[in-house]
Design a protein around this ligand. Structure first.
Ligand code: PLP
Length: 410
């Protein structure tokens, strides 16, 4: 079956629930066992002590609404298994906690989402995990290799995570996933334990499928395109059965699970993810073309507008099925001009987040990336005049008129 069909039909059988075509909402915290023996066995499996038959025990471990989304998401992404979470940050934190310990290494690309950067520096560094970044771009694989080589002696016997966010938030820079996977394979040949983790929030699940490049883990802020309506905070991690088993063990232990209603909303939203993301992408292409020709706009960063001879364009064409609907642009001037513009948009909502049906516009330096240090901001060209726009499903002419009238006010 094609993916558009899978997200509507798999993971739920109406005939098991009085014929209800849509899944019921399972608002229960705990589950009745058939026997004491069954209870004992289900609990041991839920806690990761045994690998027997899984059953419902307690909604911090699992819930039927979680299972429906997890099955559909894994089929959509081409993964063996999935785990959903109460937020994207909960997914990132729980996943890393499953695979790193004191003394291990995380090499990551810069920029990443501001909250992720903060998590690495303020949480994992303090736990004794070394977190080091290299600049995101066409040269990232070489930079990561050079960085790893400079730690060659120290990383012996340690776990190494290669953490990639592509396209990078907010500057839309692409990183060659296949080349990062080759670095992992080399590390493994040298006897190291290494994993590639990709934050696929910007393009997935429709326009980028990192498991095709053989990454280990894909992460999501499901708050964005998967939720798709700016009405939930959620996250997801996908990977092999073995890896997700470990990740779910952490989820159950520290309680980073979401709630049944958000899972129900995710299952509902996944049904339309293809048509939403397609329409958003079509709108974004038109908006990007308009902005690129506007005299008050210095530069637009959108995959379809990359220089066709550039490495960035080659990477984009190699690993993405479309340009997505996130674009960044620089207005002429500085913070004053950028704020003037933002204070005059009316249809686009001045708000952080992305991937919803409505267009969202924000100032990365003052908002989503305000925790990021000056050097990283400079490296990622997150400047005073940079704007990030997540294009929604509105009529594209209305969007363009809104942006035009706000630009005219600068
Ligand atoms: C790329 C990316 N990853 C992760 C996150 C964190 O997700 P959440 O806000 O759902 O915790 C965000 C949030 O904006 C994001 O943009």
């Amino acid at each position: 079956m094609e993916k558009e069909t899978v997200v509507i039909s798999k993971g739920y059988d109406p005939l098991k629930y009085n014929g209800a075509v849509k899944p019921p909402l399972f608002l229960t915290s705990t589950y009745k066992f058939k026997s004491a023996e069954e209870g004992e066995s289900f609990i041991r499996v839920a806690l990761g002590l045994d690998k027997g038959e899984k059953g419902f025990v307690y909604s911090r471990f699992s819930n039927p609404n979680f299972d429906i989304v997890e099955e559909r998401l894994s089929l959509l992404e081409g993964a063996e298994a999935a785990a959903i979470f109460g937020s994207g940050m909960a997914a990132i934190t729980s996943t890393l906690l499953a695979f790193v310990k004191h003394g291990d290494y995380i090499f990551y690309t810069n920029p990443v989402y501001g909250g992720t950067e903060f998590l690495f520096k303020e949480f994992f560094e303090k736990m004794g995990v070394s977190t080091m970044h290299v600049k995101a771009g066409s040269d990232t694989p070489n930079l990561i290799e050079a960085k790893i080589n400079s730690f060659k002696e120290k990383i012996k016997g340690k776990s190494v995570i290669l953490y990639v966010e592509t396209p990078a938030n907010p500057n839309n820079v692409m990183i060659d996933i296949e080349a990062i996977v080759k670095i992992r394979d080399k590390l493994r040949e040298e006897g190291l334990s290494a994993k590639v983790i990709v934050d696929n929030t910007f393009m997935g699940p429709v326009f980028q499928s990192p498991f095709e490049q053989k990454v280990d883990i894909v992460l999501y802020s499901a708050t964005k395109f998967i939720g798709g309506h700016s009405d939930i905070i959620a996250g997801a991690t996908l990977g092999s059965k073995e890896d997700i088993y470990k990740v779910k063990g952490i989820r159950g232990m520290i309680g980073t699970n979401g709630n049944p209603f958000d899972a129900w909303l995710m299952a509902r939203s996944l049904e339309t993810v293809h048509i939403r993301m397609q329409r958003q992408m079509e709108n974004a292409t038109k908006v990007a073309e308009f902005l690129s020709k506007h005299p008050k706009v210095e530069r637009v960063i959108y995959p379809e507008l990359y220089d066709k001879n550039s490495e960035q364009y080659k990477i984009y064409k190699k690993q993405c099925k479309g340009p997505g609907s996130l674009l960044s642009f620089y207005v002429k001037g500085g913070k004053k001009e950028a704020f003037k513009f933002l204070n005059n948009v009316k249809l686009c909502k001045l708000a952080v987040s992305l991937g919803g049906t409505e267009s969202l516009i924000e100032h990365p330096k003052a908002m989503t990336h305000s925790e990021v240090d000056e050097k990283s901001l400079r490296d990622a060209e997150i400047t005073d005049n940079m704007i990030r726009l997540s294009v929604g499903i509105e009529n594209h002419e209305d969007l363009i008129n809104d942006l035009k009238s706000a630009l005219d006010k600068i």
